[in-house]
Design a protein around this ligand. Structure first.
Ligand SMILES: C[S@@+](CC[C@H](N)C(=O)[O-])C[C@H]1O[C@@H](n2cnc3c(N)ncnc32)[C@H](O)[C@@H]1O
Length: 258
């Protein structure tokens, strides 16, 4: 690891109290490069100077590095609402395949959770899930679909048994779940359309790092990608500007296209 990079990491770790030594160098580099691009800086030494004179950047960098933290059925209750209210409603209103998008899918925990939720609630229904992320490494892990026990702690032993095969100490998503999910690289800020005629979009804990202006652009894309009456589910600690969506459940952060 080069000296400047090491310097940035040890400075950031000391100031934030967050350990950064468990991440791979290539991953850290990519995250710092994303920060540098955002700030319009060209090299690592310039970034090191910037971080030393801008205290708030320490937090930004830590967030940028910890950004793909996720787990199966994250926060649980939005998934319960999804299974109890949204899926039955979509099923009675829609004929044909129900289409979902997990935007910012990280290592696949979210799209596979959606698949499990649908298989549990509507076992005979056709459905498909687009799962996209900007990060190649995450997408690779997602398509392999092997997870540590800790990532699965929100799933009951019955669900684990039904939807995963044990491989050593880890758990692999079974093929009949995987076949519903299609992974693809996509940058939400690119404004490039990914798909249309969707019934629900999960974009949880992704836009939290976007500016308000960027968030509005992404929301317009979501609006265009959804069928009317389609749902948008964001992260529990997030909020969105009111652009074409009505709130269905404020505490679960569930919205519907009007
Ligand atoms: C904290 S994770 C959220 C994962 C999952 N949605 C959840 O809530 O558990 C954020 C993910 O968003 C991805 N991401 C960040 N910026 C993105 C962008 N511009 N386009 C697409 N994905 C992005 C990151 O690579 C990361 O995998």
């Amino acid at each position: 690891m080069d000296l400047i990079l090491r310097g940035i990491l040890s400075y950031t770790s000391k100031r934030s109290g967050v350990r950064l030594d468990m991440y791979r160098e290539s991953y850290i580099r990519r995250r710092i490069e994303l920060r540098m691009r955002f700030l319009g800086l060209n090299d690592l030494s310039e970034y090191f100077r910037y971080i030393k004179s801008n205290e708030e950047e320490i937090n930004e960098l830590v967030n940028a590095i910890a950004i793909n933290v996720t787990e199966f059925m994250r926060d649980r209750s939005p998934f319960e609402f999804f299974m109890q209210k949204i899926l039955p409603e979509l099923s009675s209103r829609r004929s044909g395949i129900i289409r979902f998008w997990s935007a910012g899918c990280a290592n696949g925990e979210e799209p596979y959770s959606i698949a499990i939720a649908v298989l549990e609630t509507l076992p005979d229904r056709g459905f498909s899930i687009y799962a996209t992320d900007i990060d190649d490494d995450s997408l690779k892990k997602a398509s392999v679909g092997i997870y540590e026990r800790d990532q699965l702690k929100n799933l009951s032993p019955e669900l684990l048994n039904k939807y995963f095969e044990k491989t050593g100490n880890r758990y692999k998503v079974k093929e009949f779940v995987k076949k519903h999910v299609r992974f693809k690289k996509h940058d939400l800020t690119s404004q490039e359309p990914i798909t249309k005629y969707l019934d629900a979009i999960f974009c949880r804990n992704v836009m939290i790092y976007f500016t308000e202006e960027q968030k509005e652009k992404v929301l317009r894309d979501f609006y265009n990608a959804l069928n009317s009456g389609g749902y948008l589910i964001i992260g529990k600690s997030e909020s969105i500007p009111k652009i074409g969506f009505e709130c269905v459940n404020l505490s679960e952060k569930i919205y519907r296209k009007v």
